[in-house]
Structure formats: C-alpha cells, structure tokens
Design a protein around this ligand. Structure first.
Ligand code: NAD
Length: 556
C-alpha cells in the first residue's frame, strides 16, 4: 500500500493508513509492542501483539541487550538489518543513540563483509534492483517502489565496492548502508530514501561460480549499451521522482568520472567516492595544521593510489590552495601520485588516464613508494590504493625523519585494506604521526599516552551535504559546496579531539556536525542562486525543523 507524507518530512497514515498485520509489516509505521491500547483497538491490532505495552526506551534496552549478545560483527549486522526491515523508528533510535558502536556495523568495516556474503545472508529485498534486462522499462519498474516522493537515491553498479573490487549485485549493501547513515546522521526521513543497484553483470568469476549469487551471471556490459542504460535510468528518475537527487556510489573508476561529468548538471547529483572523500580528507588536512603548523598551501602531499579518491582529494586541495593565493599550476604541483605503475610523471610509458594528467609532473621515473618519499619529501602521505599494509615501517619511519609531525592517512576501506594500522603509525613515529584511517581502529597506548585516532570517513560529509542540497532544492552540488563542507567540518574539531590525536569530531557528535554542514551548504545554494526554493528567513531553523527524530507519533 502506498502511503503519503502528511506535511513536510513526516510520513503517516491518513485515509490510506494500513491496519492490522499490514501495519505491523510496514517498517516506517510499525511500533511493535509500543502500540498503545487505543491504537490497538482502532487499528485492528488487538490480539496481534502480546498484551503488555512497552515504551520506546524499554524496546531500546531490549534491542541493545540482544545486539550485544552477538560476538561477530556480521551477526550484529544481520540483527540490525532485520530490525530495520521491521521497525525503522526503533532502528534509528538505537543507531542515533549509540552512533560510535553502531556505525561500524551498519557501515564500514562490517558492511564490506556483508557485501562479500550478501547472497548467503540475504533474507528480504531492500531497495530497487535494475538489471540490464530491464532496458526499456526502467520508469515502469521504479514505479513499483511503494513511496511516492523519493528525494534521495544512492545508486551503485557494484563494480568497485569499498576496496573489495567488483561484487556485482552484492554491492546493494552499500546504498542501503549509506541511506541508513543519511537518516541516522543527518536526520533525512527514511520515507524519502531509495537504494538502487544497477546489475549489468559482473567480471568477478568467483560470483559466477557462487550458487548463492543474487545477480546476473554474465560479464559486465560496457560501452554504448551501458551508457544507454544509465541515460534511460537518469531520465526515468527524473520522470518518476522529479525532486530526487542522486548519489553515485562505488562505480569503477572508468565510469565514475565520466558519469559525474555527464550528469552533475543534468540532475542534482554527486559522486561520494570522488567528492565526499575529497572533502573529508581536506578537512583532515586543515585540522592537522593545528598540530603541524604552517598553511595548507605549503603542504606537499604524496598519494598512494591515483583513482577516484586520490585525484578527488587533490582536485579539492587545489581549489583550497588557490583560495590561499596559489595559481592552479602551483597548487597541483603540491600533489604527487604513486599508482600501480609507480610515480605518475610526464613521459611515463603508456597512456595516462585523463584524471591523472594534471598531476603528471616533470620528474624522473620512480617505481617504489619508499623512493618517492625519499625524493619528494612530502609533508603528508595519503593511502587510497586499497593496498593493505603498503605503508611499511621503512616508509613511515622515513616520513618521521623528514617531518617533526608527519601526516599519515591510511584511508582504504575496509580495515583489512588499510595501508597501515593506527598502532603501526604511532609506534613507528614514536607517537608523532598525525593519523587518520578510513575504517575505525581501537585506541593505542604508547609511552603512557592514549590515542583515539579519528576516522577519515565520508560519513562526516555526505549526509550533511546531501541534506543541505535537498532541503534548499539545489539544482546542483558544486565543488564549492564540498569545500565549504570541508572547512565546516574542520572548524568543528575541538581541542579535546586534538588532545587524543583525533583530527575529526567524535562520531557521537555526527548529528550536529551533519546539520552544521547542511546549513552551510544550503546557505551556499541560496547565495549562488542554485536553490529552487525561496530562501527561508532563518536557514538553520528551517533545516532543524525538518530533521527526522526517531520517536513514535500518535496515529489516532
Ligand atoms: P580506485 O579504483 O578509483 O583507485 C585505486 C587506485 O589505487 C588506482 O589508481 C590504482 O592504480 C591504485 N593502485 C592499485 N594497486 C596499487 C598498488 N599496488 N600500488 C599503488 N597504487 C595502486 O578506487 P578509489 O575510489 O580511489 O578508492 C581507493 C581506496 O580508498 C578504497 O580502498 C576505498 O575504500 C578507499 N576510500 C576510502 C574512503 C574513506 O572514506 N576513507 C572514501 C573513498 C575511498
């Protein structure tokens, strides 16, 4: 049954309000044992629930107790997924109140494991699956989704899931997880969210052999047929959900760059792997200056990995350094890349991918990261290669010999792919590293000091940017908005964070961080005349009034 939002962002009943079992099966409206007596009588629930009426708080206590009983993170993930499919208010209450404990379960690193085993742990579908065989009827299929007013779509084709590679249709765990974070972190109402997986096949042979694989067992469709499918998809979204924005997620880098360029002004959209990562890393670099001293434009950054994340960060760094007075060429000359072929330089044999060209400097060919560190003497080393343990002791020690406070970001996800661990970074630099990682690491105690390293994860950026763009009904998400988001995030890092070695705010402040970013992004949308809504007199008040709070509403 379709249900309509009443006003603004809250979903509810009205004439189409489901009753009885249908109501219990509606995860957005279900309250489970918390339905009060009057509603049980009025809505045909009497007898379908045990007699005792519980409060939301009592339900939370019960859920937490069960959640903590599980030892394996994947078991916790499955438990929370089932809860989400049953009762979203309770699910989001738990996530929001226990963000630090829950986010690593519903998102990285556990979601990576969930995607690897998606076929086996599958129990009920969530979101929309569009396969290449649906060509010509995408709009019709999107209309099967029961919500009438979708505003935020996260879409993947599963080709580059985290640092785990091509997981095909098993990549659905990522849009589902990211949209849960939109709600938990920024308060976007779940009614407005739609996860989509585009299945054009997979080149991962092990999935072809997997009896539990949920997608098409064929090679990936590429080239013209792929592009036509995506074009039909974008047009169908605009037709069925004209107010929806799109987040492109975990596409392989050959498609990610050109899809972003082709569509970013045709439909309000952004690529989180390129632009979201850029903003979170830049925020980390800005915050690290409070430890290392100096200005952003003086930094020299060496990246391991020249893909979506790496060049996205370098592009945003360039914009920020130009704001500090450098020319574009000077700013780009502060960024260097080592990829799977060695240092990215002019004249390297073979054709360089377009996104690497601006960073191919005039320099000799170098094949190893260690030698690149020795020759270039960077102030910051950023790992976005998906290559586990690529920052060896020798490399990290060298960074510490060159810099009093070396900046070391091991951003590859999930944890198993991190370029080094927090413990290694601190131990090998005698505690001098300014460290951040993509997935969380436990606290490290060294020489009597305890470090709680920060998670340089996009979760600090995309929920706020998306909410700001969505509420202002911006026609696009500009690079300037990501720069603003990075600066806002960096400004929210407190001295108490720096004191424990953290260059990001604590995760339990994520709601406030996301709202502050949303306000800054919306202000920019109104200022740049991209907003399709009239500017409210108080932008912050307007946004705060719209955020979803996981509490039960009265139905009668
Ligand atoms: P990508 O596929 O676009 O790029 C990967 C890059 O790594 C390519 O340039 C490739 O040449 C390079 N590479 C591969 N093997 C290498 C090797 N042996 N030595 C040096 N370079 C090598 O992927 P991406 O989107 O840039 O993501 C890369 C990693 O960054 C992933 O693990 C991803 O999880 C992580 N990431 C983290 C965050 C975060 O929030 N922390 C955000 C986005 C991406």
């Amino acid at each position: 049954m379709k249900h309509l939002p009443n006003k603004g962002l809250s979903p509810i009943g009205g004439p189409l309000m489901p009753q009885g079992k249908q109501l219990l099966n509606n995860s957005l409206l279900n309250k489970g044992t918390a339905f009060p007596d009057e509603e049980r009588d009025a809505l045909g629930l009497r007898g379908l629930l045990p007699p005792k009426v519980f409060t939301l708080e009592e339900q939370c206590t019960r859920v937490l107790r069960n959640f903590r009983r599980f030892k394996e993170p994947l078991e916790k993930y499955i438990y929370l997924s089932n809860l989400q499919n049953r009762n979203e208010t309770l699910f989001y209450r738990i996530i929001q109140d226990n963000a630090e404990e829950m986010i690593p379960i519903i998102y990285t690193p556990t979601v990576g494991q969930a995607c690897l085993e998606y076929g086996v742990i599958y129990s009920s579908p969530r979101g929309v699956f569009l396969s290449i065989k649906d060509k010509g009827r995408i709009a019709e299929i999107l209309r099967h989704w029961p919500m009438l007013d979708v505003r935020m779509i996260v879409v993947t084709d599963g080709e580059r899931i985290l640092g785990l590679g091509d997981l095909g249709a098993h990549g659905m765990g990522i849009p589902v997880g990211k949209l849960a974070l939109y709600t938990a972190c920024a308060g976007l109402h779940p009614y407005y969210t739609l996860p989509i997986t585009i299945d054009v096949g997979t080149d991962n042979e092990s999935l072809h052999a997997d009896p539990f694989y949920i997608g098409l067992k064929q090679k990936r469709v590429r080239g013209r047929e792929y592009d036509e499918f995506i074009e039909e998809f974008v047009q169908a979204v605009q037709e069925v959900y004209p107010r929806a924005m799109l987040q492109w997620e975990d596409f392989g880098n050959a498609n990610a760059f050109h899809l972003l360029q082709r569509y970013r002004r045709k439909i309000c959209s952004f690529n989180d792997d390129i632009q979201g990562t850029a903003a979170v890393a830049l925020a980390g670099l800005i915050a690290s200056l409070r430890e290392t001293g100096g200005t952003l434009k003086e930094q020299k950054i060496l990246f391991l990995g020249a893909g979506e994340a790496g060049t996205g960060i370098a592009d945003l760094f360039t914009a920020a350094a130009m704001d500090e007075g450098l020319t574009e060429q000077e700013a780009r000359s502060r960024c260097w890349f080592v990829d799977s072929q060695g240092l990215v330089v002019k004249g390297r044999p073979g054709k360089l991918a377009e996104h690497k060209v601006p960073y191919a400097h005039d320099f000799k060919q170098i094949s190893s990261l260690l030698q690149a560190v020795e020759e270039l003497r960077p102030t910051a080393l950023i790992g976005v290669s998906g290559q586990a343990r690529a920052f060896t002791q020798e490399i990290v020690t060298k960074m510490a010999a060159i810099n009093e406070r070396p900046v070391i970001f091991a951003l590859s996800n999930p944890t198993s792919k991190a370029e080094c661990t927090a413990e290694e970074a601190y131990t090998w630099t005698d505690g001098r590293a300014v460290f951040a990682s993509g997935s969380p690491f436990p606290a490290v105690t060294l020489n009597g000091r305890t470090y709680l390293p920060g998670q340089g994860n996009n979760v600090y950026i995309f929920p706020g940017v998306g909410l700001g763009a969505l509420v202002s009904e911006s026609s696009e998400v500009t690079d300037g908005m990501f720069l603003t988001a990075a600066r806002t995030l960096a400004s929210l890092v407190g001295t108490e964070d720096l004191a424990v070695g953290r260059i990001y705010p604590a995760l339990n402040k994520i709601r406030e961080v996301s709202i502050r970013i949303a306000v800054a992004v919306a202000e920019e949308a109104y200022h740049d005349r991209l907003a399709q809504r009239t500017q409210p007199s108080d932008i912050e008040k307007d946004i705060r009034a719209r955020v979803f709070e996981p509490v039960y509403h009265d139905y009668i």
